[in-house]
Design a protein around this ligand. Structure first.
Ligand code: BG6
Length: 484
C-alpha cells in the first residue's frame, strides 16, 4: 500500500492545521509503511524561518499532537529529514519562487506533486496562478483545497472558477475531513453490507434520523475566523450534509469515486428548499452564554469575543429529502460548541412495531452510529423481561465497536485523505457540484439569519443546547437522543 514517491508542498505550513493534523498524519503513514523513503514535505509560509527553525516547530508539534503510543524518537528524526521549508508568499509573483523551484528540481520531473492549500480560500486563485506562471503544475500534480470553500454560493463558485483556471477538475481534491473518518465510511458499510439494514432503510420503516456533532470546546483562538463563519457554515454546510448524503443516498452501483459522488449529489439536490418564510420554523440558532463545564465557570461567546455578534455557535436544521425513499422523513441536523460532551453520531429511529401482541409497550428500535468518540454502534431492541410474572418487554442493546481488532487506534481522517490525494483517488473528496448544491440549500437560512429575522436563542456553556431546540424537534413528534 506504499504510494509512489511524492513531494507534498504545503502552503500555510506554519498554521495550526499543518502542525496539529497534516504533519502528524504524514508521520503516522510513514510509521505504518505507506510513505516511501524518497517522499518529501516542503512547507511554505510567509514567516521568514530557516529550515532548522521550521524543523524545531515541526518536532514540537509531533511531540505534542502524536498519541503517546505512536511517538518514536528515531522515526521522528527520520521523518523530519524529509522536511524542507521555503519562506514564500504564494500570492506574490515577485517572491521567493526560485528557491521553491530549486527544491522541487531536486526531484525527477515525473514525481507526484501535491500542493496543499491550508490557507484562507481567498488566496487559492492567486497561489494557483503563480504555480502556473512558474511552471510548477505538471501532469503529475494535484491540489488539495482546505475548507471553507467560500461563504456562500457566489464565493464558492468564484473559488472553484479561480482554481479551475489552472487545474483540471480531476486534479482538484476538496477536503472534507469528515469523509476521511473511518467511522463515517462505516455508514456505507452498515447500510449496504447488511441486508438487515438495507431492507428497512426507507420511509416505510424509518421515522426520523438525527445527525449531531457536538463539541465541548468553544472557539478557542479562532474567534476571528469563527465569528465570520458560525456553526452553520463551519459544520453543517460541509461535514454534516456529507454525513446526511451518505445516510440518504441510493445504493451506488460500485464504490468508484464518481458513482458515490453522483449518489451523494443527488441527495443534496433533492433536499426540500427551506424558503426564507420557513426558516423560523425549520431551524434554530443559538449562542452560548456563560456556564459551567466540569465544575469550572466558562465565559459566554460574546465575552470571549469581546464585542457584540450575531454569529451562532449552535445550529439545528430540519431537512427533508424529496425522493420516494424518504417521503416526509425528517432529518435533524445539529451542531454545537461548548456542549455538555463531545459526540458526533447518527441516530436512526425506526417506526413503532405494528404488532398488536404487545400493545404500546414495545419501544421503537433505534440504531446509534457513534462516529466519535467511543466509535461504534448500538441497536436498541425489545426483549422479554425474564423476571416479570406476565409477558413484559424490556430494553436490550446490541452493540459493537468500530475500532481495529488488533487494538490499534483508528487512523486520523487526514492520514487517509492526504495519501489518497497522492494516489489520485478522489472518492473521499468533494466534487464541485456537491459544494455548490450544499451552499444552495443553506443559503436562504444564512440570509434570513443574517437579517436577524430569526431570534437568537441562548444556552449555558456546558448544557445540551437551548430549550427552543427541544420544542423544535417535538413539533415533528421526536425528541433528541440524549432526552430519550
Ligand atoms: C472543523 C471546524 O472543520 O471541524 C471546527 O472548523 C470543528 O470548528 C472541527 O471543531 C470538528 O472536527 P472533529 O473532527 O473534531 O469533529
Amino acid at each position: 500500500q506504499q504510494t509512489a514517491p511524492f513531494d507534498y508542498v504545503i502552503f500555510g505550513a506554519t498554521g495550526d492545521l499543518t502542525m496539529r493534523k497534516l504533519l502528524p498524519a504524514l508521520y503516522n503513514q510513514l510509521r505504518i509503511g505507506h510513505v516511501p523513503e524518497e517522499a518529501r514535505i516542503i512547507g511554505t509560509a510567509r514567516s521568514s524561518l530557516s529550515r532548522e527553525d521550521y524543523i524545531t516547530r515541526a518536532r514540537e508539534a509531533l511531540e505534542t499532537f502524536l498519541p503517546a503510543q505512536h511517538r518514536d524518537e528515531a522515526l521522528i528524526e527520520r521523518f523530519l529529514k524529509k522536511i524542507h521549508y521555503v519562506t514564500l508568499d504564494g500570492t506574490k509573483s515577485d517572491h521567493n519562487w526560485d528557491e521553491l523551484k530549486a527544491v522541487l528540481d531536486q526531484s525527477p520531473a515525473d514525481r507526484i506533486r501535491v500542493f496543499y492549500y491550508s490557507t484562507a480560500p481567498q488566496l487559492f486563485e492567486a497561489i494557483s496562478e503563480n504555480l502556473h506562471r512558474f511552471g510548477f503544475i505538471t501532469p503529475h500534480s494535484r491540489v488539495v483545497l482546505e475548507k471553507p470553500i467560500g461563504t456562500d454560493s457566489a464565493s464558492a463558485r468564484a473559488i472553484n472558477d479561480g482554481v479551475s483556471r489552472f487545474f483540471e477538475e480531476g486534479q482538484i481534491f476538496r477536503i472534507d475531513h469528515y469523509l476521511g473518518k473511518e467511522t463515517v465510511q462505516d455508514i456505507i458499510a452498515l447500510r449496504f453490507a447488511n441486508p438487515l439494514f438495507s431492507a428497512v432503510w426507507s420511509a416505510e420503516h424509518i421515522q426520523s434520523i438525527q445527525i449531531t456533532a457536538a463539541e465541548t470546546v468553544g472557539v478557542e483562538g479562532r474567534a476571528a475566523y469563527y465569528d465570520t463563519s458560525g456553526a452553520l457554515r463551519d459544520m453543517i454546510q460541509n461535514h454534516l450534509l456529507q454525513v446526511l448524503s451518505l445516510c440518504a443516498m441510493e445504493a451506488p452501483a460500485d464504490l468508484e469515486a464518481d458513482t458515490v459522488r453522483d449518489a451523494k449529489v443527488n441527495v443534496l439536490k433533492a433536499l426540500r428548499p427551506i424558503p426564507e418564510d420557513k426558516v423560523a420554523s425549520e431551524t434554530v440558532r443559538a449562542q452560548y452564554v456563560k456556564g459551567d463545564m466540569n465544575g469550572k465557570p466558562v465565559p459566554g461567546y460574546l465575552e470571549e469575543l469581546g464585542e457584540d455578534s450575531h454569529t451562532e455557535t449552535y445550529a439545528v436544521m430540519r431537512a427533508y429529502v424529496d425522493t420516494p425513499r424518504w417521503k416526509d422523513v425528517p432529518f435533524y441536523i445539529r451542531t454545537a460548541k461548548r456542549s455538555t460532551k463531545k459526540v458526533s453520531e447518527v441516530v436512526v429511529t425506526f417506526r413503532k412495531s405494528a404488532s398488536a401482541l404487545f400493545g404500546t409497550s414495545a419501544a421503537t428500535n433505534r440504531l446509534v452510529i457513534r462516529l466519535q468518540p467511543d466509535e461504534g454502534f448500538g441497536l436498541a431492541l425489545n426483549i422479554k423481561n425474564p423476571s416479570a410474572a406476565g409477558f413484559e418487554l424490556q430494553h436490550g442493546t446490541m452493540s459493537g465497536k468500530f475500532a481495529p481488532a488488533d487494538g490499534s487506534l483508528i487512523p486520523d481522517s487526514y492520514e487517509r485523505l492526504m495519501l489518497d490525494a497522492v494516489r489520485g483517488y478522489p472518492a473521499l473528496f468533494i466534487r464541485r457540484d456537491e459544494v455548490e448544491a450544499a451552499w444552495a440549500w443553506v443559503e436562504p437560512t444564512l440570509k434570513t439569519w443574517a437579517a436577524n429575522k430569526v431570534p437568537m436563542a441562548h444556552y449555558a456553556a456546558g448544557s445540551y443546547g437551548p430549550e427552543e431546540a427541544r420544542r423544535f424537534i417535538a413539533t415533528t413528534g421526536d425528541a433528541w437522543h440524549e432526552d430519550m
